[in-house]
Design a protein around this ligand. Structure first.
Ligand code: IMP
Ligand code: MG
Length: 332
């Protein structure tokens, strides 16, 4: 099985939680990360401890899985080595030899650029490193001396493995191609690009899981329909803060159906995972069976499934990897 997980909104859909569950449950040989780079923030609650990750895939929580970063991802060696230490994963974490290296200069450029203000970038050097790559003056990971213990051919490894789980980052509406340009990240982040990011061709992918949060949030500038203020968002218990930047996230209480339908098409989503159903519909905290959900929550999920035409296989009911309803066996 080669499965891909992508974000269906503006990033921060709760991919980390779904990924960590899938890694624990399906025990892939390799959990690989695609996407842009350390601009992404994934929060994972595992064994009572919160981990904030920017480089490593959330699937690291399974000690039997190898953890890999695909060639399409820009890698900040400093962030990478810190996260290995923090997660205690030394010895099973690898990075592709072709990855673009994020340098101090890239980070300075990202922070200084007029763009960082206009777009509200994360200032993590991702955009400038992608620019270097296109200009063909980037430093590749194979040429960074202190990274040699980690460098492998991830593209070969994922093609040779049987069971691979690939985590995308950001979300469809932040795609440089399909999102709200120019208020987007520096690459496309749809499933095809995430596959290419790790070295997989389209025909080798079995399932594409698109993650949607039960309400909509956005961090950074750009168009955002039906936005409400912080006060109202706090009242609804929807107010969130960015993992990487700490900025308050913008909130829109409903789902944006036309955007989601388009995201399903372009990602060729075969499954939907819905997160934070317990936040949108109180009374559903920690539920692990669909039948245990409140009628209102079930109606919402049935409607979502009907509107998008894709089965809702995974439903997040709380922050821990165990707080989930897994209907994959029943629906697929
Ligand atoms: P950049 O990716 O740092 O260049 O930032 C471009 C835009 O994408 C900004 O609005 C960021 O806040 C947003 N962005 C980038 N990565 C993520 C993410 O992982 N989650 C949410 N927003 C993100
Ligand atoms: Mg995030």
């Amino acid at each position: 099985m080669k499965n891909i997980l992508v974000g269906g909104q503006y990033g921060d859909e709760g991919k980390g939680k779904i990924s960590s569950y899938i890694a624990l449950k399906d025990s892939p040989e390799i959990v690989a990360r695609g996407g842009v780079g350390p601009n992404a923030g994934h929060k994972v609650l595992y064994d009572g401890q919160w981990y904030s990750l920017r480089m490593l895939p959330s699937g690291f929580v399974n000690p039997d899985s190898k953890v890999m970063i695909g060639p399409g991802v820009s890698v900040d060696p400093e962030v990478f080595t810190k996260e290995i230490e923090m997660t205690g994963t030394e010895g099973r974490v690898f990075v592709d030899k072709r990855c673009t290296t994020i340098t101090a200069k890239h980070k300075e450029e990202d922070a200084a650029a007029a763009l960082s203000k206009k777009i509200g970038t994360t200032k993590t050097g991702c955009g400038p490193s992608v620019t270097s790559r296109a200009r063909r003056d980037a430093v590749l990971m194979q040429d960074v001396p202190e990274m040699q213990n980690y460098v492998v051919d991830v593209a070969q490894a994922v093609n040779n493995a049987k069971n691979v789980f690939v985590e995308g980052s950001q979300g469809f509406m932040l795609s440089c191609l399909y999102g709200t340009y120019p208020f987007v990240t520096s690459k496309d982040v749809s499933a095809s690009t995430i596959a290419a990011d790790v070295g997989l061709g389209p025909a080798s992918i079995d399932q594409v899981i698109m993650v949607i949060k039960a309400y909509t949030t956005r961090v950074g500038n750009g168009p955002f329909p039906e936005e409400i203020g912080v006060e109202e968002a706090v009242k609804l218990n929807f107010q969130e803060y960015g993992t990487v930047t700490g900025r308050p996230r913008r909130t829109s209480p409903e789902l944006h159906w036309e955007d989601l339908k388009f995201a399903v098409q372009v990602n060729s989503a075969t499954q939907i995972a819905v997160t934070k159903i317990d936040i949108r519909f109180p009374g559903n905290e920690g539920k692990t069976k669909f039948e245990e959900l409140t009628a209102e929550a079930r109606r919402f999920l049935d409607q979502l499934e009907a509107k998008l035409g894709v089965p809702v296989t995974l439903i997040g009911t709380g922050p821990d990897a165990k707080h989930i309803i897994d209907r994959r066996e029943e629906l697929l």
